[in-house]
Write a new protein. Structure first.
Ligand code: SF4
Ligand code: SF4
Lengths: 410, 209
């Protein structure tokens, strides 16, 4: 049988050139989170892209207004669920700023350590998933194995693997266990070796290098104008890190470096996160040493502020004295009375500047809680990174942004 | 660049990197090393690391759930239990603190008065019904923190299992009272004396002073 295109001229084989519209998502198996992208395609090249977030909107900010100030902690766990402790800390700091209290030193260091553990877990997940999208499944499994070790440490401290609800206004829900520091120090070298081993596979692999270098380029100007922060901004060469530029907690007492990229491509974002894992490990090591230096009898050693208007009384008092019981009931029923006012407190979250704007009209309930979710702003820069590239590069580029639906859409 | 920043350079690529084949073989070497290490541990009599403990050893890192289970941490928050008084009654006084503190609003309590003549009448109430919807619960532990008499706890070490229908996830008082802690304990740690005990203070206003 003769082939049907036998008579046809070469030029007539070209497909019609009008762009094709393709809906990617919201429930696409390769997309991170529930997000929709409307693409205009010319063959496999993306000509236009419309990113539409909002499919995971859960009215978290509104739900925060319903409860007491303390009751918002479980919601913060569900913002960036790859690094819940960073959100816990960010929110606690915001309300403490409004209350005008500073937590004791031990709580501050614990917050730093937990936050950095969460950051390592976040970056391991993001980089592992990005490698997996380029076909490298092995590093993904190794990185998740390492993340598991971190979750196990956090589980022994907080009582949950992911939805910790461990932060409290005025301190922490519980003091650290005795072996906390040692657990961290045991696991860090192991994480280093897993990270290095995964890197040794990826950075010598030409497919990985070719598909990350020069792909999804974000310029410095666009990153800044979109309001991007965190690894996405730093990969373009801006060395803005809240921990360094506006130190909070005990970050000014530890020594660490801020990795920056040069071109803002997928490779730089990947490597920024890799380097941040190492820097976070350095911070944890130094913080554990700081923790051991605290005099056990000094007030620095407490994890909660000494303020009965903020912190629940000790259980023994609640069981046996009427004053303790009344104090307990008032704090649970009416909540912490936060003076009227408005503060914005920003910290370095897993994806960048995580800010909480809290507004109080006095009383036990927040009037407004607004979350400045870093991945929402990074998302604004995405369409510019995708347009002009190939469809196949969308998924890794999008993965390198680390858009977390829970945080972006709230 | 300011001090304390590291600029990430693109790695230089050698001819071996560019050819792909050389590095492919090396990479396969790394992965196969792990494979054989794992296989060696899996063979009968092999030295497999104890995966039920937190283990950072090389080799097999997976658990064969549900045959193998990792014990949960002491602080881990599992399904709830209601603690008991030494005489087997429920410790809860139906003060509704837990249901007030619960962000998920998944606790429902029907309080009731003790009958006339009961030593506890006038001192406290008891829950006629106590229901927790474990499907709605977010396991935050606020109820445990809020309880003023140590009547509710989450130290059972049990996670929520898959059940047939939604109704089975709604735990009633009987079910909650039958749960035991990880140590097999059911009693409350509350040290407050019971009404009627010699050490109990009684109600001051009834003493007429
Ligand atoms: S653990 Fe949290 S959500 Fe669950 S019943 Fe207790 S307070 Fe409610
Ligand atoms: S479990 Fe505790 S907090 Fe809840 S009603 Fe009973 S006594 Fe009150």
């Amino acid at each position: 049988m003769e082939s049907i295109d036998q008579e046809l001229d070469e030029s007539e084989l070209e497909l019609p050139a009008e762009p094709m519209t393709l809906n990617m998502g919201p429930s696409h198996p390769a997309m991170h989170g529930t997000i929709r992208m409307v693409l205009k395609l010319d063959g496999e090249t993306v000509r236009a892209c419309d990113v539409q977030p909002g499919y995971l909107h859960r009215a978290q900010e509104k739900m925060g207004e319903r409860g007491t100030w303390q009751q918002f902690f479980p919601y913060t766990d569900r913002l960036n669920y790859c690094s819940p402790m960073l959100n816990n800390v960010g929110y606690a700091l915001a309300v403490e700023k409004l209350l005008g209290i500073t937590v004791p030193r031990r709580a501050q260091i614990l917050r730093v350590i937990h936050g950095e553990l969460a950051r390592i877990a976040d970056h391991l997940t993001c980089n592992g998933a990005m490698a997996m999208e380029l076909g490298a499944f092995t590093p993904f499994l190794w990185y998740l194995k390492a993340r598991e070790w971190i979750w196990e440490i956090i589980e022994t401290q907080t009582g949950a693997r992911m939805t910790h609800a461990y932060g409290r206004i005025g301190g922490m829900a519980a003091p650290d266990t005795e072996d906390f520091g040692d657990m961290c120090l045991t696991v860090l070298p192991r994480i280093h070796s897993v990270v290095a081993e995964g890197e040794s596979l990826l950075l010598k692999n030409r497919i990985f290098l070719d598909r990350t270098q020069g792909v999804g380029v974000l310029t410095k100007k666009r990153a800044v104008s979109a309001g991007a922060s965190g690894p996405v901004l730093r990969s373009t060469g801006v060395d803005y890190d809240v921990r360094k530029d506006q130190p909070y907690l005990t970050y000014n007492e530890v020594d660490f470096d801020v990795p920056v990229g040069e071109d803002g491509d997928n490779f730089d974002r990947f490597m920024c996160r890799m380097e941040e894992i190492r820097q976070s490990a350095r911070i944890i090591e130094q913080s554990v040493a700081l923790l051991k230096k605290i005099d056990p009898r000094s007030p620095d050693n407490e994890v909660n502020v000494k303020n009965p208007r903020v912190i629940l009384p000790p259980k023994e008092e609640v069981y046996n004295t009427i004053e303790g019981t009344i104090n307990h009931f008032k704090l649970i029923m009416e909540g912490i009375q936060v003076p009227a006012g408005e503060v914005y407190q920003y910290t370095e979250g897993g994806n960048g500047e995580l800010g909480f704007l809290v507004v109080s009209r006095g009383g036990g309930n927040p009037w407004r809680i607004r979350v400045r979710a870093p991945s929402f702003y990074s998302l604004g820069a995405v369409s510019g990174m995708i347009v002009g590239g190939m469809i196949a590069d969308i998924v890794p580029t999008f993965g390198s942004i680390n858009m977390i639906g829970g945080e972006c859409d709230r | 660049m300011a001090a304390g920043t590291i600029v990430i350079k693109k790695p230089r690529r050698t001819a071996a990197d560019q050819s792909y084949v050389v590095e492919l073989v090396k990479g396969l070497g790394v992965t196969f090393k792990h494979l054989f290490k794992g296989l060696n541990q899996m063979r009968p009599g092999g030295q497999r690391p104890d995966v039920t403990k937190m283990n950072y050893d090389e080799g097999v890192a997976t658990l064969e759930y549900p045959e193998e289970k990792r014990p949960y941490a002491r602080r881990w928050r599992g399904v709830h239990r209601l603690t008991l008084r030494p005489n087997g009654d429920v410790r809860c006084t139906a003060c509704l603190m837990c249901s007030t503190a619960c962000p998920a609003q998944c606790i429902w309590i029907k309080p009731a008065e003790f009958p006339v003549g009961h030593p506890s009448r006038g001192h406290e109430r008891f829950p006629e019904e106590f229901v927790i919807d474990e499907l709605r619960c977010i396991f935050c532990g606020y109820c445990v923190e809020a309880c003023p008499v140590d009547a509710i706890r989450m130290d059972t070490g049990l996670h929520m299992t898959a059940l047939d229908d939604r109704g089975s996830f709604v735990y009633d008082k009987k079910k909650l009272m039958s749960q035991v802690s990880q140590d097999g304990d059911q009693l409350t740690a509350n040290t407050r004396p019971e009404p009627g005990d010699a050490s109990h203070g009684g109600i001051t206003r009834l003493k007429g002073h």
